[in-house]
Design a protein around this ligand. Structure first.
Ligand code: ZN
Length: 245
């Protein structure tokens, strides 16, 4: 049985209001979070999420303070672990928010997989969410506009030990990636689980289209995983730099 390795890459730092992550909890508290891009190595080379737009777009359109050191530039983060974008076989996008799908151009030879209802919603979300997707409906230019996707409807075993699990709630077509590693089944949750606190205290993600679905998805992920890797928690890193699971 093939075991896969997962490497977390820190591709930016934001300071946000905490209840965006933990629903109606610690309102008004500032929290420092990472923008994580995940590299999965095994029989194939895989990226989960392509990180955020530039700090300029974050500030001017989203209204968020995002900083990136040279090491945190997505292309440099890959270089630092010896990975070339051209060698990536698959890019699995957990969802299409501005901070998860903005650097697809780094992977010219990859197949891009997203849920069909995620792509549909990203083009025509409810008005409140237009900005988060940089949706054309809001007059924005989404970074994934020129990406040709393989569209999924639900769960898929992509390869032995590597499964895509649909987990709606944060967005309609959110998906997580369940990976068999030497430590057991680890799940890269995307924004279905923002932080360890969501899991530990069973608090749904604060930003969601359907809070009940978000809670159910989080419970589903926890039930099928030996360990869950949240999307925006600096505890996935031990020190400065990449972390391997
Ligand atoms: Zn999101």
């Amino acid at each position: 049985m093939d075991a896969w390795r997962i490497i977390a890459l820190d591709t930016g730092t934001s300071v946000i209001e905490k209840s965006i992550l933990t629903y109606l909890t610690d309102v008004g508290q500032a929290l420092r979070i990472p923008r994580v891009m995940w590299y999965i190595d095994g029989p194939r080379r895989i990226i989960v999420d392509t990180s955020a737009e530039s700090p300029e777009v974050a500030e001017q359109i989203i209204g968020e303070n995002l900083t990136r050191t040279a090491d945190q530039e997505p292309a440099n983060a890959l270089k630092r672990i010896g990975v070339r974008g051209e060698d990536i076989d698959y890019v699995l996008l957990t969802h299409l928010h501005w901070d998860h799908a903005a650097n697809n151009h780094l992977f010219p030879n990859a197949k891009f997989i997203v849920q069909r209802d995620e792509l549909r919603y990203a083009y025509a979300p409810s008005s409140f969410f237009e900005k988060a997707f940089l949706s054309p409906q809001g007059g924005y230019l989404p970074p994934f506009l020129h990406t040709r996707f393989d569209l999924l409807d639900g769960d898929l075993e992509l390869m032995p030990g590597l499964e895509i699990v649909k987990c709606p709630g944060h967005t309609p077509g959110s998906q997580a990636v369940r990976v068999r590693t030497k430590q057991g089944w680890l799940t890269v949750a995307g924004d279905a689980v923002f932080t360890y606190e969501n899991l530990e205290k069973r608090i749904p993600p604060g930003f969601h289209v359907n809070v009940d679905a978000a809670l159910a998805s989080m419970q589903k992920i926890a039930a099928i995983s030996d360990e869950v890797l949240p999307s925006h928690d600096y505890r996935v890193f031990v020190d400065d730099g990449p972390r391997e699971f």
